[in-house]
Design a protein around this ligand. Structure first.
Ligand SMILES: Nc1ncnc2c1ncn2[C@@H]1O[C@H](COP(=O)(O)O)[C@@H](OP(=O)(O)O)[C@H]1O
Ligand SMILES: [Mg+2]
Ligand SMILES: [Mg+2]
Ligand SMILES: [Mg+2]
Length: 383
């Protein structure tokens, strides 16, 4: 359903059926039921194991990060030995655990820079990290990976994804800038089936188990979020605890809704989000944290809204949102572009979207879409 709002056609995404809120009969419910009859239990176990092991590697590196561990990619963004190591570990675990299935992985990193002259020491550091991490998992009795084996594991993430078949989608460290700063980051792994996200796992080693803003006595950190289509979202400790079901904030009152955005000002327009928050009457200041840890925190109701408005021309990648989006939708939330259109993960590595990405519960969405459109129009008029 669409409603006209100014010149833009806004999709009232809040009535588009999700598995939790499906109408009695529609093409969507038929589609959903055919997906929900499938079991992804084996894939879920493998994904949780892969993300948890990769998190171990990242935690070890973050504790004693060396200057030489951080490099710059061609686009000037940072990459570390932990990004590469995490990608190799996830790729190894998935292939090992799911060896009977065809394997396709769309992942952020590739081995190009590690094959350059002068990268041998960095590659050796990654090789040792990867082998130590795999050896720490007692169920694997495999011989250590060679440098070529590590490069091959990283490069098995070269798939383009798409609308046909199954594809894993991996961000080995989402929020590398946060990781380097010692702040939040996430290992984000999702599974696409026929272009749709059907499973997502987010390992957030620095996220407190207690809600943000609430001091727990133990102050334990390290959360693992997991979601399967139609089965809800669960959170457990990365150290191992029973998963608990989580839900997005139920608030209908936008004045009491706090919102998340990037820590990095270059990743999202803070001006736009501030104008939107003002229109909604939001009283709390923005909660700025790195990575898809924002989706995890939103899924358990720590805040009620996520706003992300990259600069014009920036193209969002599927690995930055696939796992986070299902973690939020299975917790009862909605994730869409700034016009209310659902995110389409079936088009390869990139997401085509209007202005940005937003998330909140169903009740807040109409007011949020209206505030966004008004703020965008005001900004355009002031230029
Ligand atoms: N100019 C830009 N605008 C929006 N996102 C950007 C960006 N430059 C990089 N990013 C993405 O923002 C991600 C981090 O998101 P956040 O701001 O929520 O922490 C990065 O993931 P990586 O750290 O995996 O490269 C990167 O993909
Ligand atoms: Mg990156
Ligand atoms: Mg990322
Ligand atoms: Mg990354």
């Amino acid at each position: 359903m669409y409603i006209g709002l100014s010149s833009l056609r806004i999709r009232t995404h809040f009535v588009i059926p999700t598995l939790n809120h499906k109408p009695k009969s529609s093409i969507f419910s038929l589609l959903n039921s055919s997906f929900s009859s499938m079991s992804y239990q084996k894939e879920l176990v493998a994904a949780k194991k892969a993300a948890s092991l990769a998190a171990k590697l990242c935690q070890k590196v973050q504790k004693s990060l060396l200057q030489s561990d951080v490099q710059s990619k061609l686009d000037k963004s940072p990459v570390t030995v932990a990004d590469y190591g995490s990608q190799a570990v996830v790729s190894f675990v998935l292939e090992h655990e799911l060896s009977a299935e065809p394997f396709s992985l769309v992942a952020e990193e590739d081995s190009g820079d590690l094959r350059e002259d002068g990268a041998q020491d960095t590659l050796e550091r990654i090789r040792v990290l990867v082998n130590d991490t795999i050896a720490s998992e007692s169920t694997y009795s495999v011989s250590p990976l060679s440098a070529d084996g590590v490069l091959a594991a990283i490069d098995s993430g070269r798939s383009e994804g798409g609308a046909v078949g199954r594809h894993w989608v991996l961000d080995p460290i989402d929020g590398t800038k946060g990781f380097v700063r010692g702040d939040q980051y996430a290992i984000a792994l999702a599974l696409l089936d026929q272009g749709r996200v059907v499973l997502g796992v987010l390992a957030c080693p620095n996220l407190p188990l207690a809600p943000l803003g609430v001091q727990s006595s133990a102050g334990q950190t390290g959360c693992l979020f997991s979601a399967v289509l139609g089965e809800g979202t669960y959170m457990e400790s990365l150290d191992g605890s029973s998963p608990v079901k989580v839900n997005v904030s139920p608030t209908e009152n936008s004045e009491e809704a706090s919102f998340f955005e990037s820590y990095e000002a270059a990743h999202s327009s803070f001006d736009l989000s501030s104008s939107i928050a003002k229109k909604l009457g939001v009283k709390a200041p923005p909660v700025r944290i790195d990575s898809q840890a924002k989706y995890g925190a939103l899924s358990r109701g720590d805040g009620a809204i996520y706003l992300r408005f990259p600069k014009a021309g920036y193209r969002e990648k599927i690995w930055d949102h696939a796992a986070g989006s299902i973690v939020v939708t299975e917790a009862g939330g909605i994730v869409s572009d700034a016009a209310g259109n659902p995110l389409d993960f079936s088009k390869g590595k990139y997401l085509d979207l209007y202005k940005g990405i937003i998330a909140c519960n169903q009740k807040l969405m109409p007011a949020l879409l209206k505030a966004i459109q008004q703020s965008i129009e005001e900004k355009a008029a002031s230029l």
